[in-house]
Write a new protein. Structure first.
Length: 688
């Protein structure tokens, strides 16, 4: 037998609350300054009116967490309600939804209908007086007195005061009951004191993690510190890295990312091109972390000192560059952890430790941590301390290597622990793995994630994939970071080589994604030779040896730096808010499968960008792009201007369909600013 509820008078139903990730199990993501739109299905039985509100609080100290701000919700259609609030500060927020039957509004609307039908009676006003008295009991100060006065006059069938315009109104000539009962001021004051005795609350509090804006909008530049020396063959230092920073800033990047900077193991050290037989003097892989010189909290001696690293971080900050550091939770065989905490690693039956492998590939220079270790709790605390150590050195962003090979519960715990005291810190998941695993890591707290973008080349697959990433429910928790290349990924498309190929992938990455990055200088110098046919590994990869890059390489044969185009694209991104979000991405019809077209728009609709990219690096392609002018708020019967931000060219377009032609040898794509009004070059503007 089913027992009765403790309170059976909660008649309002609340369902389908957004933003919500897995019904509120995980927090949704926003950035500081965002306007959060909450929606919910809210309804009740019968025909009574209802009211609803969103309650919001910022989590923190007890005195902050206890304070809820109430925001009234407004009805949309079909029992859907909404409210918005702005999250001004980084940190964690909670919100919930309340709904209740609004008996006063039910009475007021019914009375208006009766008045219109000339069927109102004295008892209708007595019912209203009773509801007003109840509101007066909930009210305070002058509002309470005024409401009691109004209720008295309704009960008397007349009033001796004029309609209230504020506290202390003068007594005037009598007014009829209809005027009094429908006084807008009465409705306004009663609404201040709703009857929530039987309010329904959402079955849980929903969470929001509010990150710095750099979580939503960033441009990353990856470089290997050991390859930054000006002289060929010399091991780079943090001083060399610091000297490289102005160049990176001039290209328009705002995050500089370093692979692991720790001592590199000597046991089973890899030689050039991943050769398992290294020779004296071979540098090894930075991801084989740890040696007699130290581990995850130590610096490779050839790079310099901790003080020099801190100087590098300070210089980056002066240039408005955030430093991202690679965190790879694995150990070389000679890492101090192996000797001091052997139980943190999986022991094989022959007494050796299990090295990393992805058969048939073997990585004898790397030992994975065993997240089923009996000493897991101590291991978790030590790994957390690695993050805290580098945060203390000024690092604010961590690119985490292969997080999908570590336990999910660990990530949920450690990221929450870090962000509780350091909410400004961001985490990028390097997780080229199955979609559900990538999404799970994002739900657990990773601020951004690598994506499958490097392998999406055709129009249909770019459209399908980016639509998935930028629409609910994925966009509520997953922030894509689009990279056309990485030290591990030289795609088949990039191996075609040539300025056209790299320009296409740059334009796509930087305009499809508000977050994107490049592995440089390999990208701007258009490095495209694989170690062997069918491989995505670079020939002479920096992962295993020092490289010397000629950043000023002449361009006489079109193999010089792509830097000027990169700088222009990054400048456009910085100047135009439409390119600083992913939620507004929308693809548009263009009648050529080798051309892709899409718009982005700023939240305030002041910035509207149309990008059109030729996906064919070899041939000129042309087509007609069709835009939904009404949805873009562009007059359908008047001309509007499309300004190419890459070249400065201006085009006068008419109607929804307009012609595009792109020769990749000259220009791989357009980044067009659409002017909703046609600007006339005089002292004023005509609004057409």
């Amino acid at each position: 037998m089913t027992s009765q509820p403790s309170e059976g008078r909660n008649r309002v139903v609340i369902e389908s609350i957004t933003p919500s990730v897995d019904a509120g199990r995980y927090p949704a993501k926003r950035t500081a300054g965002d306007l959060v739109r909450v929606e919910a299905d809210i309804f009740t039985d019968g025909h009574d009116s209802i009211a609803a509100a969103v309650l919001v609080r910022r989590e923190g100290p007890d005195d902050v967490s206890a304070h809820w701000t109430e925001i009234p919700m407004a009805p949309l259609v079909n029992d859907r309600w909404t409210a918005t609030f702005r999250v001004a500060e980084i940190g964690r927020y909670a919100f919930k939804v309340q709904g209740w039957v609004d008996h006063f509004e039910t009475w007021r609307l019914a009375l208006l209908k009766r008045i219109k039908a000339e069927s109102d009676t004295l008892v209708d006003y007595l019912i209203g007086a009773e509801l007003i008295e109840q509101a007066a009991a909930r009210a305070t100060g002058a509002d309470s007195s005024w409401l009691l006065d109004r209720a008295t006059h309704l009960r008397a069938g007349k009033e001796s005061g004029s309609p209230r315009t504020g506290p202390g109104s003068r007594v005037g000539e009598p007014k009829n009951l209809r005027t009094h009962a429908t006084d807008p001021m009465l409705n306004e004051i009663v609404r201040r004191y709703p009857d929530k005795r039987y309010a329904t609350a959402s079955d849980r509090e929903y969470s929001l993690v509010v990150d710095p804006v750099r979580a939503r909008f960033s441009a990353w530049y990856e470089m290997f510190p050991r390859s930054t020396a000006a002289e060929p063959g010399r091991h780079g230092t943090f001083a060399d890295c610091e000297a490289r920073l102005p160049y990176i800033a001039e290209l328009g990047f705002n995050v500089v990312y370093l692979p692991p900077i720790h001592p590199i193991g000597r046991t089973f050290r890899k030689g050039p091109n991943n050769n398992p037989d290294s020779q004296p003097g071979d540098e090894g892989s930075p991801w084989a972390i740890g040696s007699a010189e130290g581990g995850h909290k130590s610096i490779h001696p050839a790079l310099g000192t901790l003080a020099e690293f801190r100087s590098f971080v300070a210089k980056a900050k002066d240039l408005d560059l955030s430093v991202a550091l690679d965190i790879a939770f694995q150990a070389a065989p000679d890492h101090p952890y192996v000797a001091e905490h052997s139980t943190w690693f999986k022991q094989r039956p022959d007494g050796t430790i299990q090295y990393a492998e992805n058969p048939p590939k073997k990585y004898q220079d790397i030992y994975p941590f065993d997240f089923e270790s009996e000493d897991w709790a101590a291991m978790w605390e030590e790994l957390k301390s690695v993050f805290l150590y580098w945060i203390a050195q000024g690092v604010t962003i961590f690119r985490v290597d292969n997080p999908h090979t570590k336990a999910f519960p660990f990530w949920e715990w450690v990221i929450a622990e870090i962000k509780r005291d350091h909410p400004h810190v961001l985490f990028l998941a390097e997780a080229f793995t199955r979609p559900k695993v990538m999404y799970r890591l994002a739900k657990l707290g990773f601020s951004q994630s690598y994506t499958y973008f490097p392998w999406r080349n055709a129009k249909w697959e770019l459209t399908q994939y980016l639509t998935e990433l930028t629409q609910p429910p994925v966009r509520e928790f997953f922030r894509a970071n689009q990279w056309p290349n990485t030290p591990d990924i030289l795609t088949e498309f990039l191996q075609i080589g040539g300025r056209e190929v790299f320009s296409i992938r740059l334009l796509l990455a930087a305009t499809l994604g508000a977050n994107y990055g490049i592995y440089g200088p390999a990208f701007e110098l258009m490095e495209h030779t694989p170690v062997r046919r069918g491989s995505e590994e670079y020939l002479d990869s920096e992962k295993y040896q020092i490289r010397n890059w000629d950043l000023a390489r002449p361009d006489s044969d079109r193999t010089g730096s792509l830097g000027p185009l990169i700088a222009r694209v990054n400048g456009i991104r910085a100047e135009h808010p439409a390119l600083q979000n992913d939620t507004s991405l929308r693809f548009h019809s263009i009648d050529n499968d080798q051309l892709i077209a899409y718009t982005k728009e700023s939240d305030d609709r002041s910035s509207l960008i149309l990008a059109v990219v030729n996906l064919d690096p070899h041939h000129t392609q042309a087509g007609m792009v069709t835009l939904p002018l009404d949805e873009l708020e562009i007059p359908a019967d008047r001309g509007f201007e499309a300004e190419d931000l890459l070249t400065g060219a201006r085009y006068l377009w008419h109607g929804p369909r307009n012609y595009i032609e792109l020769n990749p040898a000259k220009q791989a794509g357009h980044i067009l600013k659409l002017h909703r009004r046609l600007k006339i070059e005089t002292d004023f503007e005509y609004f057409l």
